[in-house]
Design a protein around this ligand. Structure first.
Ligand code: PEP
Ligand code: MN
Length: 338
């Protein structure tokens, strides 16, 4: 961290700032010249927030030269993390495809969709049992019954399952029901109690980006899980809010590139929640593959018009199968396996 002091700051005011850093176990180097009062702070400054520094009158500006998310950062972990989910490796040379309905609605519905997506080439089946909905009157998910249906589908189709968790209290139940990937939804990216609790388990966690979260906030949320000791974190870009209303959100495709520059963690793209409309999913999935994402998570429904949630952004099984075929063609060009 480099601190520039105000030109008019007195030596007593500057001393107060430097004493503060000493009290936090850090040292400093005076790099001032006649025209600028500059100090380099030496040591691990992650626990010092910007506010901690700016509260001193003498401080003009601070520049961080190391990132605040040490465990998520590529600097301290240059090789890519590959997460093995029951034999499906996320983060390697395979473009992993997760697919299924937004919500588990019944055994018939989930089984029919799971069968179709598995035959078409999905590696992991998704389906929400606990649904955090914008409206309290909207379908909230089948809860434990939904988890039981997912467990049965996992056994029947021999496929890992991913489902959303929104409360730390649900962790024992999710473990008991054999959930393979614990999805943290966009609305809970900053649910720090949940993140801390997920840091204590040994299960993959897919952390979706908050709809208004910066890349740094997202990586700091991942850091909560990693700091707790769970190193199986998968990031998921699912679109961010913009001023536009034509699509539900805006897929921040460049976030995939940013994550690859900054972090060793795998990155998945969710085109369904990004655009909110089925007719853009295939092309956005292609974009995800081309920019180097480690996979996609896509909503698929056998009767989208009757879906209890997110029907508008769900592919029918035949369209999903078509998309996988198209992705296969591109994968050979970009050097990924499908
Ligand atoms: C979902 O996956 O169905 C979901 C609610 O996603 P998000 O948290 O990205 O809105
Ligand atoms: Mn959904």
């Amino acid at each position: 961290m480099i601190i520039q002091m105000k030109q008019k700051a007195t030596s007593q005011e500057i001393k107060e700032v430097l004493e503060y850093f000493k009290s936090r176990g850090l040292s400093y180097k005076d790099a001032s010249s006649d025209s600028v009062k500059l100090y380099g702070i030496i040591g691990d400054t992650t626990m010092v927030t910007d506010d901690d520094v700016y509260k001193f009158k003498a401080v003009e500006n601070l520049t961080r030269i190391s990132v605040p998310y040490k465990k998520a950062s590529k600097v301290f972990h240059p090789s890519k993390t590959i997460i093995d989910v029951n034999g499906v490796k996320i983060g390697g040379d395979k473009f992993v495809i997760m697919a299924g309905p937004c919500a588990v609605e019944s055994k018939e519905q989930l089984f029919s969709i799971a069968e179709d997506v598995c035959v078409a080439g999905a590696d992991i089946v998704r389906g929400g049992a606990y649904k955090p909905r914008t409206s309290p009157y909207a379908f909230q998910g089948l809860g434990v019954e939904g988890l039981d249906i997912l467990k049965e589908a996992k056994e029947k189709y021999n496929v890992p399952i991913v489902t959303e968790i929104y409360s730390a209290e649900l962790i024992p139940l999710f473990l008991e029901k054999g959930v393979d990937i614990f999805q943290v939804g966009a609305r809970n990216m900053q649910n720090y109690d949940l993140l801390k609790a997920l840091g204590k388990i040994d299960k993959p966690v897919m952390l979706k980006r908050g709809m208004d979260a910066t890349i740094e906030e997202w990586l700091l949320a991942a850091e909560y899980i990693l700091a707790g000791g769970n190193d199986k974190v998968i990031l998921c870009e699912r679109g961010i809010k913009t001023f536009d209303t034509y699509t539900r959100n805006c897929l921040d495709i460049q976030a995939v590139l940013a994550i690859k520059q900054l972090s060793h963690l795998p990155i998945i793209v969710d085109p369904s929640h990004a655009c909110g409309r089925y007719d853009m999913i295939e092309d956005l999935a292609k974009a995800a593959l081309v920019v180097g994402a480690d996979g996609i998570i896509v909503e698929v429904h056998n009767h989208p018009e009757l879906a209890l949630s997110d029907g508008k952004q769900s592919l029918k099984p035949d369209k999903f199968a078509h998309m996988v075929k198209e992705l296969e063609k591109i994968s050979t060009v970009v050097g990924k396996k499908i």
